[in-house]
Design a binder for this molecule. Sequence first.
Ligand code: NAD
Length: 418
Amino acid sequence: MAGDVNPFESLQEQIDDAAAYVDVDSGVLERLKHPERVLETNLTVEMDDGSIEVFKAYRSQFNGDRGPYKGGIRYHPNVSRDEVKALSGWMVYKTAAVNVPYGGGKGGIKLDPREYSASELERITRSYATELRPIIGEDKDIPAPDVNTGQREMNWIKDTYETLENTTEPGVITGKALESGGSAGRVEATGRSVMLVAREAFDYLERGMEGASVAVQGYGNAGSVAAKLIDDLGADIVAVSDSSGAIYNENGLDARAVKQHKRETGSVTGYPEATEEFGNDDLLTLDVDLLVPAALENAIDAELAPDVSADVIVEAANGPLTPNADDVLTERDVAVFPDILANAGGVTVSYFEWVQNRQRFYWTEDRVNDELERVVVEAFDELTDVYESYDVPNFRTAMYVVAIRRVLRAAEEAGTWP
Ligand code: NAD
């Protein structure tokens, strides 16, 4: 993994690449490349043994031209100011790509959650929520889950916020449990949009999905759901990996059974139906029809890119290719469908959850999935329209052109700049 590539610089390069195809003032472009503000805070929390620990935590509010800031909260030892800034910027262009009325934000706490008890994590999360309280709210900034956070953390944040504000405001956060105001279909939403983009991409490229070979890097929320739903389309999931390694079977793995195995043992390795096990990077270079990177950013760098043998890549993770890897893959005609579209199912169903919270009227899962499909297919069609009508080098740049134009229009209509 290219740990030395700064994801914030990757984001800025992606914006520059697309801005070359859009009529934008250089000063306004500079604004589009930097967050409006970043909260950096040190959470001081009592551990179970009575000792005190301090945790670095952030919330970046990148751009609010199209609506309240929106984006997840990550718990990971590699969380940094620049990573949070990059992830918040990607949210701006993701919400614009799928045309949901939000800006972009992102937060994180630098910690390895496996090292803490549930009660310690609850105190850390409530301390973070207390710091966030002045800057979040259903019309201001609406956090959601990301890596290593889920319904449990969202429920704690909602409860802390509502207690301090003496109100009920479930729309302050999304990704909640159903009983706390969550939406049907939210847990599967990111994997579902990855599946929808893979389906549309194969259709657009006139390739059959039936029997196509697929490798999925990262078997967490996004990767395992994407694998299951792509499996349902008739493709063969030949390889999957998690942080412990990769498993392979050329006749296809049963995506649901692998998930069950991971649930029981903590990892995908050791799955009895696998015919081979190998290292993580080996999965990324397998000769497959479709590769779905669904772990973390910078999984494929310029060194690895020449060895990538997949024909199509659908990015479930945020920023899994470095810009230099992108250049290599564009040169080699590998069709890469970008994160800001492919994993936008999460934020789209978060938007549906927020709409339901505000109306206090809840939808069926079928309605959620139908509306999600409509949003993703419309965005995919806009991407291919731009791809065909502008001389852009790849699908990522086409999607950024759609998104940047939308953010610029909102800024222009607000009338702040000429
Ligand atoms: P998760 O924690 O549920 O899963 C991450 C998985 O990646 C785990 O199985 C982990 O073992 C694996 N992993 C970590 N390092 C790896 C490596 N080097 N090689 C192989 N596997 C590795 O997280 P998630 O929610 O599924 O998020 C994954 C990616 O998807 C992140 O980039 C996240 O930002 C993005 N994403 C998630 C959502 C969502 O709703 N969950 C929405 C949009 C984007």
